[in-house]
Write a protein of this length. Structure first.
Lengths: 113, 633, 479
């Protein structure tokens, strides 16, 4: 499959994520949208990694393993960060719900003052 | 004595300092002695210096006043025939007026009495500096100094606001002229690189090398003329002098008749070579002089305040002097300055004596019949009137005749107009004489007038002698060849000018005819005036027609007010209220307000909604990407 | 070495006086310090140029190549002398005034003096800027704490106004720093800066506006009447007598030598600005009712002339202007002394409500008249010499400019005599008791009048002093 397919898909997912973050007010859905964006990036990284591997093989390059693995390594990093983020973020949302019985972010406009 | 001539101005300055600083502790007689004594000292010094005067100027340099670049202005005094003659006039008449003042001002409180003499001494100092200065800058110091003293003395009775306004007017009118002098001095510095009168490299020697009607010369002389019109009360700056009569009468006699107002004539006589070469300016001088002589004479015809009559008469006589300068008769102008100083000081002091005797009444309609009550004053005033009218034998005749002849040599038209002004002079002076001394007493019977004390009549008598005899210093060649002492004495000063203007010798027969005609006319006018006014009674009818215009001084003050004063004040108001408040200041404050407004607007962005912040973040990221990839910044 | 003391003495004394509690102590200490400083400055006047005593230089910010360097050269002599003379005068003249927290007041005054001295002595651009601001800050506190009823907004406006100018200057200083051949802030290096025409134009105007705001000249002057009116009189005297000279000094020390070509090219627009401002301020002064605002506008007119004279590019203008820096400072302090006395005793500032004070206070009236006459440049007063030279310089540059500017001489007579008439002459005001000058005030006034007359009659030494300073400027202006 050509690389463009992956990039288009990733862009669409990323866009959905952005729009979701911007338009929704439910903190959990915003969270999920952020995950979507992260995963869109992951998808891209994996796709490009694959592409680079194919090129390296085709050009007879020596170190094909590192060409294939760099992108995928980043994906792991992102996944770890995302997991950490989810755990912290969800904890915040839970605390917020406890205090306000609400997960609407517009309710949290105390920053203004 | 000439090397010590700096003592001449220094003595009055000393008097000023003593009287000014110790005015609260000195007794009146001490003040009078200091005031008059210092001027007497200056007079004695002046006489001694005068005796030593030779043709060439002697320069006494005291110290370097200003030295910048190539320009060097020493503080130096110059003694030559012209300045020594003025020294005698100033200190002589000045001394008499100081003596007179001890009587006239006797009612003042001691502190004010001392203040008066301090100002008067300061005036004498400035005036001496004016005529002794060896360059235009030192002359200018005296020039502004006399203006200041005039201001202080006109407003001497400072409780009266209208007097203060008159004083202010005098100073400001003079300042306009002073600006002219100052600009002329700058021009001289640019053109000649010096401001000194005398010497090979002096202004006058350098100017003599220039061509006739050299543009720079015409410009310089026109600017000097502006200064002269201010100081000597000529059109267009004459209106301050009649108002200046607010000052004490001796002040009017000294400053506004005998000395300060002749400073303009002195300056032009001093710069004579420049004016002779700048023929355009000379023409303007003659026209201004003649116009002023006639205008002021017409106004004097209808004034009822005795000092106002004399004031306009002074303006008119100064016009005569300008006419003489304009037609190149410099000796005639200086001669008239001298005789005028005698008879006009006499007339003013006489008027002061009358005012003193009449308990400060100045309206001639309230006078009449003072001949018997004030005999000395009457007699001396009569001599003054005869002298100013130009009756043969009296001093005014000689000097005025010389001016008229000079005018005739230039053009008979000038002569005719000047003669007209001279006839008006005779008329208004004898109107004054008749209204004051003849007929019946019209004033307050309960306070009959009295003759003035000896301190006041003594100067009158001395001045009367001078007013009679002063003319014999300049006997025209018509009567006796080479008898004109003054012309001979002043010859070195005017030699260069005389060489340029070839003398238009008038036939002796013509001169006899002109003299006879003018004398006959003047005598006729005098009898007419006496007859008309000796039985004067105030009929209470307001003037109308031309008389009203004359009584209101041709409405010149009103005209100036409308075309100069009001617009300037209007512009000032416009600047103050519109441009300053609503324009610049509002603009500046507007910047501040704009900043506050913008910050208030920007604050709205910080809504506190997380969504908004995120949106801004996204927009900013997109913006950056756009900048980097599409604008290639 | 001595020059550092000029700054250190008032600085340390000022900081010390902050901690005194007693008003009398603070007063005496300030006067003493300022007199000591005056003595030192007078001593330094006679030192030859470049002597050990009059220069000082140490590395300050080494990484920036900025030096802590001072020099008392000819140009600085006049302004330093003015600073040293005026502070004791001000302390004596306001001796009878009582201020709340007097020790703070006097401390701030001395700090201002330290700042002023620094401005006039430093030969390093960064140091110059540093002192420029140092002089401003105590003044801000003086105005906002001891000023009149509108002091807070007025002090704020004053601060922002001058600060804006300072920032423009700072930009200029930093930009020029990068263009200096040896990357240094020294005055000598700044003079060697080579700039393109566009750069010159921009930075000339940056510096000019900064100085113009400080002077102030039209149309950057609107902070000035308000500030003069609202400040405590002592501060007004400092502001009008010495601090506005910072702007003029800046023109002579930094603008002309650093941008000689541009200064020559831009002379005509600058002169037009100055002359318009002179006439504008004179006309407004004529229509003022408040005596303080009248003097403020009169000062704008006079400063305009001085600024113009610095741009005429001939020795008359330079020497006249530098001399007039001193004269104007002395004279205007004299005017403020009397205005302060009147306002303190009657509480009236509107001239139309005053009158007849010459009867109640004859000495005050007499001395005031002398100072007022110096204000209109009457001969034999100090201002005549300065104005004569300045107008002559203007005439050499362009006669028509001299004619137009000369009109302001006439207008000056109109408003000054009008002021004298309204305040001192005419009918008496009803105020029962009006005391004449006190001993302290009399001493201050007599000193001022002595300076007026001495410089007016025998100006030679002062002119020479100024000439020393302007020679350097002229050298730079010569192509």
């Amino acid at each position: 499959m050509p690389i463009e397919y992956y990039t288009f898909l990733a862009c669409i997912i990323f866009g959905i994520g952005v729009i979701g973050v911007l338009t929704r007010r439910n903190a959990i859905i915003i969270f999920m949208c952020i995950e979507l964006m992260l995963n869109a990036v992951n998808l891209l990284l994996v796709a490009f990694s694959k592409m680079h591997y194919a090129r390296a093989v085709a050009s007879g390059q020596q170190d094909v393993i590192s060409a294939a693995s760099e992108g995928q390594l980043f994906v792991f990093f992102i996944m770890v960060v995302a997991a950490v983020e989810v755990s912290v973020g969800l904890a915040i949302i839970v605390m917020m719900y406890r205090n306000t019985h609400n997960v609407d972010i517009n309710y949290l406009n105390r920053l203004k003052n | 004595m000439t090397p010590y001539s700096y003592l001449i101005p220094l003595l009055p300055l000393l008097g000023f300092l003593l009287n000014g600083v110790f005015r609260n502790s000195l007794s009146k007689s001490a003040v009078g002695i200091i005031g008059s004594g210092t001027v007497l000292g200056a007079l004695i010094m002046s006489v001694l210096v005068f005796m030593e005067v030779k043709g060439d100027p002697t320069i006494v340099t005291l110290f370097e006043f200003i030295k910048v670049g190539d320009l060097s202005i020493p503080f130096s005094l110059q003694i030559d025939p012209l300045s020594s003659l003025f020294l005698l006039i100033i200190t002589g008449v000045g001394f008499l007026i100081h003596v007179y003042s001890t009587g006239y001002m006797h009612e003042e409180a001691p502190a004010h009495y001392a203040r008066y003499f301090a100002y008067l001494n300061l005036f004498v100092f400035s005036m001496l500096l004016l005529v002794m200065g060896a360059n235009y800058v030192i002359m200018f110091i005296g020039w502004e100094g006399v203006g200041l003293c005039s201001y202080l003395l006109i407003g001497f009775w400072f409780k009266n606001t209208s007097y203060n306004i008159a004083a202010k007017k005098a100073f400001i009118m003079n300042r306009i002229g002073d600006l002219g002098v100052l600009l002329a001095v700058f021009w001289m510095i640019q053109k000649f690189g010096t401001v000194s009168f005398a010497g090979e490299t002096g202004v006058l020697a350098q100017a003599a090398q220039l061509a006739v009607n050299d543009p720079a010369l015409v410009g310089i002389t026109l600017l000097l003329l502006l200064g002269a019109t201010g100081k000597s009360a000529q059109i267009p700056l004459y209106t301050w002098l009649p108002d200046a009569m607010a000052g004490p009468t001796p002040v009017s006699a000294l400053i506004h008749a005998a000395t300060m107002v002749t400073a303009g004539i002195y300056m032009i006589a001093r710069s004579n070579i420049m004016f002779t070469l700048a023929q355009t300016t000379s023409g303007v001088v003659a026209i201004i002089g003649l116009a002023t002589a006639i205008l002021a004479a017409t106004i004097a015809l209808r004034q009822n305040d005795i000092k106002k009559v004399l004031a306009y008469s002074t303006v008119s006589q100064l016009g005569f002097m300008f006419l003489a300068l304009g037609v190149g008769s410099y000796v005639g102008a200086v001669f008239h300055v001298m005789t005028h100083a005698f008879f006009k000081a006499l007339l003013f002091l006489g008027a002061g004596s009358v005012i003193h005797g009449m308990h400060h009444e100045q309206d001639m309609r309230k006078y009449g019949g003072l001949k018997k009550m004030m005999p000395v004053t009457h007699f001396t005033m009569l001599i003054g009137c005869l002298a100013i009218a130009g009756i043969p034998g009296f001093s005014g005749f000689f000097s005025k005749d010389e001016i008229l002849m000079g005018a005739f040599a230039k053009s008979p038209v000038l002569y005719a107009l000047a003669l007209g002004a001279a006839l008006m002079t005779a008329f208004y002076m004898f109107r004054l004489y008749a209204m004051t001394f003849m007929g019946k007493y019209r004033g307050d019977e309960s306070h009959p007038p009295h003759e003035s004390p000896a301190s006041m009549t003594f100067p009158l008598i001395v001045l009367a002698i001078l007013a009679f005899a002063g003319g014999y210093l300049g006997i025209p060649a018509l009567f006796a060849p080479n008898a004109h002492w003054l012309e001979h004495f002043l010859e070195p000063v005017f030699a260069k000018s005389m060489a340029i203007t070839e003398a238009h010798a008038i036939e002796h027969s013509t001169e006899w005819v002109l003299m006879g005609v003018s004398t006959a006319l003047i005598v006729g006018i005098i009898f007419f005036a006496i007859n008309k006014y000796k039985k004067y009674s105030d009929n209470g009818v307001a003037e109308s027609g031309l008389g009203k215009v004359l009584a209101n001084k041709w409405y010149v003050d009103e005209l100036y007010d409308a075309i100069v004063v009001k617009p300037i004040l209007g512009i000032g108001n416009f600047f103050k209220n519109i441009i300053e408040k609503a324009g610049i200041d509002k603009g500046v404050n507007g910047v501040g307000k704009g900043v506050l407004y913008l910050s208030r607007q920007f604050r709205l962005i910080q809504s506190g909604n997380v969504g908004n912040y995120v949106l801004m973040m996204v927009v900013a990221i997109v913006g950056f990407i756009w900048m980097v990839y599409y604008l290639k910044l | 070495m001595l020059v550092v003391l000029f700054i250190l003495i008032p600085l340390l004394a000022g900081l010390g006086i902050f901690f005194t509690r007693n008003e009398g102590q603070a007063k005496v200490a300030s006067l003493g310090i300022s007199l000591v400083l005056l003595a030192l400055v007078l001593y330094a006047m006679y030192q030859p140029a470049g002597s050990e005593l009059t220069t000082y230089s140490r590395i300050w910010l080494g990484s920036l190549n900025s030096h802590f360097s001072f020099q008392l050269d000819g140009l600085g002599k006049i302004t330093t002398l003015l600073t040293a003379v005026s502070f004791p005068l001000i302390f004596i003249a306001t001796w009878d005034n009582h201020y709340k927290d007097a020790s703070h007041y006097y401390a701030l005054m001395l700090l201002t003096q330290a700042g002023l001295m620094g401005v006039f002595l430093s030969t390093d651009a960064l140091l110059f800027y540093f002192f420029w601001e140092l002089a401003l800050i105590p003044t801000y506190f003086l105005v906002s704490k001891w000023g009149g009823e509108r002091r807070i907004p007025v002090a704020f406006k004053f601060f922002i106004y001058t600060f804006t100018g300072s920032l423009l200057m700072l930009i200029g200083i930093i930009y020029l720093y990068y263009k200096t051949p040896d990357l240094s802030f020294a005055w000598e290096s700044y003079k060697q800066v080579q700039l393109t025409f566009t750069e010159q134009t921009w930075f000339f105007w940056f510096f000019f506006v900064a100085f113009a705001i400080k002077m102030p000249i039209f149309p950057f002057h609107t902070w000035q009447p308000d500030t003069y009116e609202q400040s405590p009189t002592g501060t007004t005297m400092v502001l009008s007598g010495v601090m506005v000279k910072m702007g003029l000094f800046g023109v002579a020390r930094w603008l002309l030598p650093v941008f000689p070509d541009m200064a020559a090219k831009m002379a005509t627009p600058v002169l037009i600005l100055c002359i318009v401002g002179m006439l504008y301020a004179s006309l407004i002064a004529m229509r003022q009712d408040s005596i303080k605002r009248l003097i403020a506008y009169s000062s704008i007119a006079h400063i305009g002339l001085m600024c113009a004279a610095f741009f005429v590019n001939n020795p008359y203008g330079y020497d006249g202007a530098i001399l007039q820096l001193f004269n104007h400072g002395v004279n205007i302090i004299g005017l403020w002394i009397v205005v302060d006395i009147i306002e303190r005793q009657t509480g009236i500032r509107n001239m139309n409500e005053l009158g007849g004070l010459a009867q109640k206070a004859p000495w005050m009236a007499a001395l005031f008249v002398v100072v007022a006459l110096a204000n209109i440049a009457l001969p034999l007063t100090n201002a005549f010499v300065g104005e004569f030279l300045m107008f002559n310089g203007l005439f050499e540059y362009n006669p028509w400019f001299a004619v137009l500017a000369g009109i302001s001489i006439i207008l000056a007579a109109v408003y000054t005599l009008g002021m004298i008439q309204k305040v001192f002459y005419g009918a008496e005001i009803s105020q029962a008791a009006f005391k004449d000058l006190s001993k302290a005030e009399g001493l201050a006034m007599l000193t001022i009048i002595a300076l007026i007359l001495i410089v007016g009659v025998y100006p030679g030494p002062m002119i020479k002093l100024g000439q020393q300073g302007m020679e350097a400027v002229q050298m730079a202006m010569m192509p």
